[in-house]
Design a protein around this ligand. Sequence first.
Ligand code: BGC
Length: 701
Amino acid sequence: MELKIKPWRIETTDGSLETKDFRESIFCQANGYMGMRGYAPEDRKVNNYSRAAFLAGFYEYIRPGITDMVNQPDVSSTTLLANGIDISALPKEGFKQVLNMRDGTLYRCYTAEDTQGRKTHVAVTRFLSMARRHVAAFRFEVTSVNHAGTITIETGIDSAVENLPISDNQLNENTETSRLWGEPEVHTGGLYMETVVSKRGVAAEYRVIGNKSAVLNHGETAVLDKIVAIYSFRDEGDPRSMAIQAADTAATFGFDALLAENAEAWDALWNTADIEVDADEALQGAIRYNVFSLIQTAPHNDPHASIGARGLSHGRYKGCTFWDTEIFMLPFYLFTNPATAKNLLLYRYHTMQDAIESASRFSLTGARYSWMASDTGFEQCETWDTGCCEIHITADIAYAFGRYIEVTGDEDFFAQHAAEVYIQTARYWASRFTYDAADDRYNLLFVKGPDEYCGVTNNNLYTVKMAAHNLQLAISAMERMGQGFLNVTDEEINRWREIASKAVVRYDADTCLYHQDDVFHLLEPINPADYKDDNTPLYHRISFDRLQRYQVLKQADVLMLMALFPKNFTDAQKQAAWSHYEPKTLHDSTLSFGAHALMAATLGIAGKAEDYFYKSCFLDLKNVMANTAHEGIHTAALGITWQALIFGFAGLWADGDGLHCDPKLPQWIRGMRFRVFHKGRPCQIRIKHGEEAQINQHIGT
Ligand code: BGC
């Protein structure tokens, strides 16, 4: 399905059934507190799970120890009747759907015609308020085009919702739904329900402004506004009374005033996050769609929730948080909205006790963060090799804390939170490396790197280097925190130092090549082009098991490491890694294109940079991997697209010395203008071909 991508809007005139799931992903809306797929309120549901809506951080157990993000009551549920006939069942023409990225409103309209030729025009506008995160608003405008008759708008809340838990393994399709909710307590204008296992409650209220039933003449329009408020057990206080109060207040305010304050809140967010490019308008629109989706998906005000791999747009991966947040998305928030970045890190701080308990369950010490986490920090990944071995997540989290402090200079956060995270995670690494006395070195055995097609391997370079960096952060933290902090002994610090310096790294000085791990060179070489002729993942055609023994990568691994430490590797080393690994990479993860765009931009490989950037930037809008409809929006790809543009093409880098910009602008972007925060100050950056980058460090907000 072709979307029209305008600088501030995403549009379609395709209202067909075949593209419905795709539309519902692309046009999903969220405000960080809640998210709702882009379904039509007045459509009849075909099952109890696909009209999905979520609240950030709201999970429930679906089996012992394993949670799923809970599908919430459908507060949009509406029936439109024209002369007693349900409009959703009638043929439609003139369909149009528009997402306005400036203020997050979704508008949809069409004309329905009954068997007697009576035409009714329907327009629905909806938004989830960025100004009042508990409030959503809908406006229904129904016009009798060529007849005089009755229009009835019946609206309420549908509590008959279920989850369709999705297996972590992409190849296992689950068809068994789970009803996680108990019986609702319903009253006029609202309901309260609790989940069965943990008694987690949600209260939803709605108020209607306008007439539910109207007799219209030719050309007349009936307007009905529905204002909704939602609170849950995660909010402080009684969700029932808070929802009632919020709905009453918002309804008194009215749709138009709510819309105006929502637009103002969006303006403030765009003010620091927008990227203006002097380029093709579809590219400008797609870049904004990436930024827009990152803005809507973050639980900005909540230090106890993070972002799932599909945000609030889909229940894939049970709504869990991966390294996607810290490594792929966090830089965007760090540079455009540091308060949000801080909250995302606080989520990790607040789940550290679970990570400490997890380490002990793995017979280790310190804090072991889980590959997949929800409201619990205990491992949610049910694929054993990944869940047990993809341990780089712990070092990724420490790295993100480090970057936050480096870029913001937030010393309080360092002393109150980060230092503790560094120490506990360093303790984990100290217990996770294996000493090899014969060679006097430390091996990192039984691990899986970012390249998930490497089997369970030894000494994955990415993991080793990230772990060493994590140990280094702890050593430096101890220099600043002083003796006695968390009972760290000198012996412990010496051990961290020793592991960091003696960890096995395989590097060939003659060729400048870093080896991915101990065995990559032993794997069977293949030519990826003989197996793959489109962008869909190869695991659909070749078994996962077989892929582990081919010399191919699922996604960036050594190159990802180089992207995280651009100053620690020479151009020759980056070039050698590119020449060796890029041709062997299948990009079977949506995280891969953007990482390659970033590295290609850095290395000045123009054609590749363009190709990878477009794939990443349009990943969902153009359904590049053919999985947007059934999986939702790929949030890590949004984040790495931003990084490819800002760190790659704009060449921005921030470290202890300050903010630097060494642009590598491609021909297809004539100029760029954007803002970033550095050390708490907003800075404006302008780049043009043939001119030096301008960094204006003292602008007002
Ligand atoms: C990728 C991981 C990623 C996960 C969630 C997997 O396919 O290989 O790197 O964290 O998806 O996005």
